[in-house]
Design a protein around this ligand. Structure first.
Ligand SMILES: Nc1ncnc2c1ncn2[C@@H]1O[C@H](COP(=O)(O)OP(=O)(O)OP(=O)(O)O)[C@@H](O)[C@H]1O
Length: 241
């Protein structure tokens, strides 16, 4: 469905990714973990096609097509969506107005009623975006807007950061449901506790550990999450050599 082949990416004057490869099939949930600054957001932004991420080498294949040079809007039309780590500011619109505009673009919001329920966003419908929303509320709305695009591949950048434990549980349910519905998810997360729960449900297909712009380890979640719990990224880096 989506693969990165030996991606080397510069942001500004800095080389951030140094040969990253991964391959996610239909309906798979892949998790990217790594220390702050390892390049996780840059990887998602590059897959989405944000113009500040300059691909110096390597390719991105989406649905069998080389999209490395395709602009963001074309990738979005093909079925790729990104939930930002820090949702961009929107002004002058209520959530209801945005939902009805998106409904015209992507089809019925009724199709994703299940996501509105899981994320419990109804109370925000008549609030202007994102005025006065707490960090966790904003994350829920951002996730809902991503699902509303009915993507085939959802790139989720730390949807779980700064949210309370009840919201974490909602996000877990959302991830399990997206996977069940055949949506491919690439998730960046620091929440080991949530990842272990998801792995316990058999909901994670693969974990990739990114260290200094390279995939230091990649595999099924059990052994990798265990190694991270025991030794942190430092321990894993030592094992990976
Ligand atoms: N425009 C830029 N100019 C210079 N360096 C940049 C730029 N954008 C990102 N970087 C650097 O690239 C590195 C990777 O950033 P990125 O946001 O991808 O990390 P991350 O793994 O997502 O980190 P975190 O876990 O803290 O969110 C960081 O060291 C960051 O400072």
């Amino acid at each position: 469905m989506l693969s990165a082949e030996n991606l080397h990416v510069d942001v500004g004057a800095r080389t951030v990714l140094r040969g990253v490869s991964l391959e996610a099939g239909p309906g798979e949930l892949h998790v990217i973990v790594g220390p702050n600054g390892a390049g996780k957001s840059t990887l998602l932004n590059t897959l989405m096609g944000l113009s500040r991420c300059h691909v110096r080498k390597g390719r991105i294949i989406f649905k069998g097509r080389d999209v490395t040079r395709e602009p963001l809007y074309r990738r979005a039309r093909m079925g790729l969506a990104l939930a930002h780590q820090i949702p961009p500011g929107l002004r002058g619109l209520t959530l209801r107005e945005l939902v009805s505009a998106m409904e015209r673009l992507y089809g019925s919001a009724r199709e994703v009623e299940w996501a509105a329920e899981i994320l419990d966003v109804k109370e925000f419908m008549d609030r202007p975006l994102f005025t006065g929303m707490s960090g966790g509320e904003r994350k829920r709305v951002e996730l809902y807007l991503t699902v509303l695009q009915r993507p085939q591949v959802a790139l989720l950048d730390e949807p779980d950061s700064g949210v309370d434990i009840d919201t974490l549980e909602r996000i877990e349910r959302l991830l399990i449901e997206l996977r069940r519905r055949g949506v491919t998810v690439i998730l960046v997360s620091h929440t080991l506790y949530m990842l272990e729960k998801l792995a316990g449900h058999g909901a994670i297909d693969r974990v990739h550990v990114l260290l200094e712009g390279r995939v230091a380890a990649s595999g099924p979640p059990g052994p990798l999450l265990h190694a991270l719990r025991e030794g942190g990224f430092h321990g894993l880096a030592a094992t990976a050599g």
